[in-house]
Design a protein around this ligand. Sequence first.
Ligand code: 1GP
Length: 240
Amino acid sequence: MNIYQNILQAKQEGKKLLAVLIDPEKIDLKNISSFFDKVHKSIATHIFVGGSTDKNNATENVVIAIKKATKLPVILFPGDVSQITPKADGILFLSLLSGRNPEYLIEQQIKSVPFLKNTDLEIIPTGYILVDGKKETATQKVSNTKPIAQNNLQLILNTALAGKFSGKKLIYLEAGSGATVPVEASIITLVQKELSIPLIVGGGIRSKKQLENAFSAGADLVVIGTAFENDEDFFNQLKK
Ligand code: 1GP
């Protein structure tokens, strides 16, 4: 499976993608089969696994259980090096470009090499940009970085383009998990117009309308976590 090629192809065909974000600290593995029954009836195309922290080192077991429950691509979205497991299909190899903390720009990436180099994980270089979602998010606290204000369009755009020029294959525009305000449509449109590589958008999207707004503004792939954690019936609104 070539995850990135599939994302590129979907972008070329104008097919929109939806990732369900599973936080290993929060998922109840006892309910995993009924959870995936709902996922499979929905328009979800990808499973992301990760969180800002994983205090119980649950990621690997969660990924193993997910792989048994679905054929959708399972992609690590790790908060740090401890959340890397070879049992997934791929990994978003993230650099927190909106921040100025070397730990999340390059240190964690160097520390991850011994865990990555002998795996079959598809490694997808991803520029990660945190914008202000009007709530102090876990990403902000754990990474000890500040999000970019949503009215600072030029800085958001230049950060995304600096990521592209550095060779990132994806840009992930993030308002932070549980954000009060998702990334504004105008920002998505501006970045998408200039970017050409696929654009992921996430954080604070909890209604079908907000999902459609992000897609029509230009997001190629939207990530939703909290809304599914709070109410699995949300999948019923997103049926195929
Ligand atoms: C967080 O973008 C993801 O990193 C998803 O955010 O949990 O708010 O859906 P939510």
